[in-house]
Design a binder for this molecule. Sequence first.
Ligand code: ZN
Length: 426
Amino acid sequence: MKLLQLLLLIAPLTLSLRLDRRGKVVYDGYKILRVVPGGDVAAFEAQLESLEAIDLTHNHGHLDEEHFDVAIPPESLAAFEALNLTSEVLSEDLGADIALEGELAEYPEPELAAAAALPSLDWFQAYHAYSAHLTFLRDLQSALPSNSELITAGKSFEGRDIQGIHLWGSGGKGSKPAVYFHGNVHAREWISSKVVEYIAYQLVAGYGNDAAVKAFLDNYDFYILPVVNPDGLIYTQSTNRLWRKNRQTRSSTSAVGTDINRNWPYKWDGTGSSTSPGSGRYRGERAGDTPENTGIRQLGDQLAAGRGIKLYIDWHSYGQYILTPYGYSCSASAENQSRQNTLARSTANAITSLYGTAFTTGPICSTLYATAGGSTDYFTDVNKAEFGWAIELRDTGRNGFTLPATQILASGEEAWVGIKYLLTNF
Ligand SMILES: [Zn+2]
């Protein structure tokens, strides 16, 4: 059998994507719709698959009507309309939204050439290539050399170091409970790494001249990893803007990629992930069998065994949610659940106070959807983090994953207001 025929048999979804001359997936003409599935959700999902629609996110409808945000290819629009489902157009043209994100920018050199100069705030005016994210981290570390170091948490499937920065205060390195942040575990959620970097920037910038920030570092050791899925991020920039998973291949399947955030070895084998390797929420063959999960998990385990973890946040987009445990069950609650929910609400209020951006709060399963093998449950129950949260950043669907670069700075600023509130009041 010819290779092309073989590929058509095993990977029709991949081959149907249109590519431009640079080999990049073309999303021109894709409509983004918010769809109410009506009765049978499994049948609805099968219909989406037959239309080659891309599942962006969904909300199981605790707070409002159950809906899915999906990108429908132009050639399937007529067939979709024939289904007569209740739907709302979020975007007329995903290709135009991707163009609005702007081209990846060059790394903005710091304005001062001094060794301890902070990175330029222009960093938050555009999206950048992965290599520039590493330069940003390096420059950030150089700006506070006595209270920080670059760290790695293992390697990605393609062999890249998973990099981050560790910040500490007057007690010395590793002397305080940990605050541990992960960004961009889902490749297409570009705003998440930028916001995590903004928080790291403010901690570094404020340590020498802002008493509140100094107290944060004096009270906690911060471990901040803006991009924990580097292979995926690079793939969204080179090839497919809507890629979500890592880039892991497996001998048992031609499908590529495992959802690192359905791969945590706790409540892995439950509702809220997929056993199908082609799915965006594929959980892997075994719990914890992605290299990225192994790296960030081992660091988390070390922190838990050391001074303990005060706060873990897994930063995502989109939807504007502050999510507390649990994902695996809508009825289980953490020991300090009511305190977590109260703090999540007041953190959301702090965020809203800056630009009016509203965040919904509550436990993952009952607020958004069930997840299995998710990070917050692992950190809450295995690593005994006092607060194990996930935050879904801007927006609520108009631009979704392709948030315009003009919103990066404001997203960082409002998140920083929320985090300052949390670090001061928890
Ligand atoms: Zn995500």
